[in-house]
Ligand binder design. Structure first.
Ligand code: 5AD
Ligand code: SF4
Length: 424
């Protein structure tokens, strides 16, 4: 999401005469787009600010912090940098840059109920020109008790469906082969147009119809909101990739309740079953938090047994990081000792390694339709690319280019990769 936001920022700035440089020594303005989701993300930015200040000693350069950390820390950051701009203020960056002086730092951290940057065409920063992000909504109306996002990104708003489709059409016309629709909770997408509402399943359908050759992905799904309609829409269209990122956070219903996720273990398992009954080969990935407030050994074991039951293809796994201002920070003490949290996280990571391998082993002998991303990192004679399920495949090259589609058969696997031979 931040990559896409940076592309919006670049678009706004280019329209005002700025240009991107790869060389920090050459920059007149340095902007860091930031994340507040865990404390370590913020700590890295403080380290970066120190590096930027070295540049400032050498020459006159404007330093700006944009994004969630700007929104969260506001004036506190203004003591350290020249510009502080929150996620809904990017249109005003040219004015902020115009007004900034050594003794007059500039700040805009107003959150909006309407801003979706719908009319701004992001300037794509990826190198290969085949896969692009499209933001379909901003903000989040959930109040997961551990999460800072609703405070830094504001209320949920859905972007005009027609501008989303137009963006996908333009990308296709410019040679892009894959789009990923982005939102904190895509299943609650709901745009109220003049001729009626568009929900997420309908939006998926509209984007899939742009061209049968355009691959459509999306992230992130919320277990409480993912509907049968979305699942059936995915199944209906070959070009909607069969992958769902479905963060579970915990396998313990007690923890899920305290996290305010609004589903329990049984509900989650039912959704997984439903997905697999409609799309047996659908990739399912997840996010897990270890060591949330009050988590007992029994709760932790419930997470492990859920992971064993579901066999996720892959997972992002985190130690709970208390975020100031969240409901959890006010109501629930961050009471799991560091070494217990770390030990549980390590157990979760080790188990997921085994589950990823197990999930990949099931693919041996199956045919995968892969979109080439480029040469494999390890062997230049080989290509790499993702299957519909989002699994990474490597296979011998016949000179195909990024964006080409190849049919391959899975020969052997590691926990991270399917090693394939050519079918064609
Ligand atoms: N501590 C640890 N992980 C968190 N996440 C969100 N907030 C926190 C937090 N305070 C994780 C969740 C979410 C992912 C994007 O980040 O797993 O799904
Ligand atoms: Fe945070 Fe929950 Fe919203 Fe995801 S759904 S961004 S975890 S509040």
């Amino acid at each position: 999401m931040n990559v896409n936001d940076s592309e919006v920022i670049l678009s706004v700035l280019q329209d005002n005469g700025y240009a991107l440089t790869e060389d920090i020594e050459e920059a007149d303005v340095i902007l860091a787009n930031t994340c507040s989701i865990r404390d370590n993300a913020e700590q890295r930015i403080w380290g970066r600010i120190d590096q930027f200040k070295i540049q400032k000693k050498k020459r006159n350069v404007v330093i700006g912090i944009v994004g969630c950390m700007a929104e969260r820390l506001k004036d506190e950051l203004l003591k350290a940098v020249d510009i502080v701009a929150g996620p809904d203020s990017y249109r005003t960056l040219p004015q902020l840059l115009e007004a900034v002086r050594p003794d007059a730092p500039q700040i805009n951290v107003l959150l909006s109920h309407e801003e979706t940057y719908a009319d701004i065409s992001p300037v794509r920063m990826d190198k290969n020109g085949i896969s692009a992000f499209i933001s379909i909504m901003r903000g989040c109306n959930n109040v997961c008790s551990y999460c800072i996002v609703p405070y830094t990104r504001g209320r949920e708003r859905s972007r005009d469906a027609h501008t989303i489709v137009r963006e996908a059409q333009e990308l296709w016309a410019n040679g892009y082969k894959e789009v990923t629709l982005l939102g904190q909770n895509v299943d609650s997408y709901n745009w109220e147009g003049q001729d009626g509402n568009v929900n997420f399943a309908q939006l998926l359908e509209m984007v899939a119809a742009v061209n049968p050759g355009l691959r459509v992905r999306f992230s992130t799904s919320h277990p409480k909101d993912i509907s049968d309609e979305v699942i059936h829409t995915m199944a209906k269209h070959d070009n909607i990739c069969k992958h769902i990122h479905l963060p579970v956070q915990s396998g313990s219903s007690i923890m899920l309740d305290k996290m305010r996720r609004k589903y329990d273990r049984e509900w989650y398992l039912e959704r997984v079953e439903k997905i697999r009954s409609v799309m047996p080969d659908c990739g399912i990935t997840t996010d897990v938090i270890a060591g949330f407030s009050g988590e007992t050994e029994q709760d932790h074991q419930a997470t492990l047994t859920l992971m064993e039951q579901v066999v996720f293809d892959s997972a992002f796994m985190f130690a709970y990081s208390e975020r100031p201002g969240t409901l959890a920070s006010k109501k629930y003490p961050d009471d799991i000792p560091y070494d217990v949290k770390t030990a549980r996280l390590n157990e979760i990571i080790a188990l997921q390694g085994r589950m990823s391998l197990k999930s990949n082993e099931k693919e041996i002998g199956k045919v995968m339709t892969v979109m080439v991303e480029g040469p494999s990192k390890k062997n230049k004679e080989e290509l790499c690319g993702r299957a519909s399920s989002n699994k990474m495949c490597v296979f011998p090259s016949r000179g195909e280019q990024p964006g080409d589609i190849c049919q391959v058969i899975v020969d052997s696997v590691t926990s991270a990769t399917l090693i394939c031979r050519r079918l064609d």
